[in-house]
Design a protein. Structure first.
Length: 190
């Protein structure tokens, strides 16, 4: 009897110090919610501007942008080849053709010193990147969620013009998934 009591006591002590903050099932649903967020951030409509290199990407397969468009000192292009010389503050009507430059107010890339990369990262690295204020210009997760919910450039992703596809989840569903993930402690996949 003594033995059979002492073992559970040791086990209880172990459990008391090592119980994870979330139960496995809430962790699973948080990771599923993160996967929704990931599928949006790494959809071409979003990742084409969130790139590690100095050129935006374009199209459904995120290929290098034509016309030698480059990030430039502020993300707005090179002198005499600013993004705004082709990208207006709104999409052009379809009569201009499906490959005319899309537009939204102040169309540009993040600046070179804060690239806010989504493209080419594993799910775990994307997760750790958006949780790192040094990589987000100081935005915490709450601010990131508000950006996805309210920002005009982000809004363009769901109304991209031409034959461009929209991200796989609606904007409202993306914000809801972000909130679910954040409120569950924002766990990252490996
Ligand atoms: C010389 C004109 C021109 C300049 C300058 C230019 N672009 Fe573009 N851009 C285009 C055209 C045209 C398209 C549409 C290509 C298509 O859909 O086939 C495009 C498409 C894009 C796309 C892809 C949209 C999508 O999701 O498929 C992104 C992102 C983009 N441009 C970003 C930029 C940024 C950022 C700059 C400035 C650093 C810039 N472009 C400068 C003409 C230009
Ligand atoms: C035309 C380029 C462009 C496109 C397309 C774009 N973004 Fe961005 N995004 C930016 C820029 C530039 C910033 C930096 C903040 C600013 O200047 O507004 C940014 C910032 C962000 C941030 C804050 C990130 C951080 O690290 O602080 C999030 C989140 C974000 N974008 C999500 C999206 C989503 C979601 C989409 C697609 C629906 C998208 N973006 C499409 C240019 C773009």
């Amino acid at each position: 009897m003594i033995r059979s009591i002492s073992v559970p006591v040791a086990l209880l002590a172990f459990m008391a110090t090592d119980v994870p903050a979330q139960t496995p099932s809430s962790n699973d649903s948080a990771l599923r919610a993160f996967e929704v967020v990931r599928s949006v951030l790494q959809h071409p409509r979003c990742q084409n501007c969130h790139v590690p290199g100095d050129q935006p990407l374009q199209g459904e397969d995120s290929v290098e942008h034509n016309q030698n468009a480059v990030r430039g000192p502020t993300g707005r292009g090179a002198v005499a080849s600013e993004c705004s010389s082709c990208h207006l503050n709104r999409n052009l009507p379809l009569s201009y053709g499906p490959n005319s430059p899309p537009g939204s107010p102040d169309w540009h890339l993040p600046p070179p010193e804060m690239k806010m990369v989504f493209f080419g990262l594993s799910a775990g690295d994307l997760c750790r990147t958006i949780k790192n204020p040094k990589a987000t210009g100081g935005k915490n997760l709450q601010a990131m969620m508000a950006h996805i919910r309210d920002n005009r450039q982000v809004a363009w992703g769901w109304a991209p013009g031409g034959n461009r596809t929209a991200p796989p989840a609606t904007r409202a569903a993306t914000v809801a998934a972000f909130r679910t993930w954040m409120n569950a402690g924002a766990p990252c996949p490996n």
